[in-house]
Design a protein. Structure first.
Length: 116
């Protein structure tokens, strides 16, 4: 069973930055795609960003402000969030893909709150 543990959330003012981390258990971390999702108050969970091999993908709402990366030696995925807005307030989840591309494992989430 793969475990994912997120950290790095917190309270930040609008315009500020945070970096989220997601540490994965298990071996062969590098062969799996990783993604970040978020769920704001009263909203459905939505895709934020993903990284698979050398390819990254972002939702339109975060493109140009957020950056996803990974350090395979540390079994860790990151989400650098800059120019944060109050509408970015949400619980952020990391997830690991299966080899077929389906998001199979999820972390417990970390809260990000952006004040105006």
């Amino acid at each position: 069973q793969v475990q994912l543990v997120e950290s790095g959330g917190g309270l930040v003012q609008a315009g500020g930055s945070l970096r989220l981390s997601c540490v994965a258990s298990g071996r062969t971390f590098s062969i799996y795609g990783m993604g970040w999702f978020r769920q704001g108050p009263g909203k459905e969970r939505e895709f934020v960003a993903s990284i698979n091999g050398g390819r990254t993908s972002y939702s339109d709402s975060v493109k140009g402000r957020f950056s996803i990366s990974r350090d395979n030696a540390k079994n860790t995925a990151y989400l650098q969030m800059n120019s944060l807005k109050p509408e970015d307030t949400a619980v952020y989840y990391c997830a690991r893909q299966s080899l077929q591309g389906r998001y199979q494992y999820w972390g417990q989430g970390t809260q990000v709150t952006v004040s105006s």
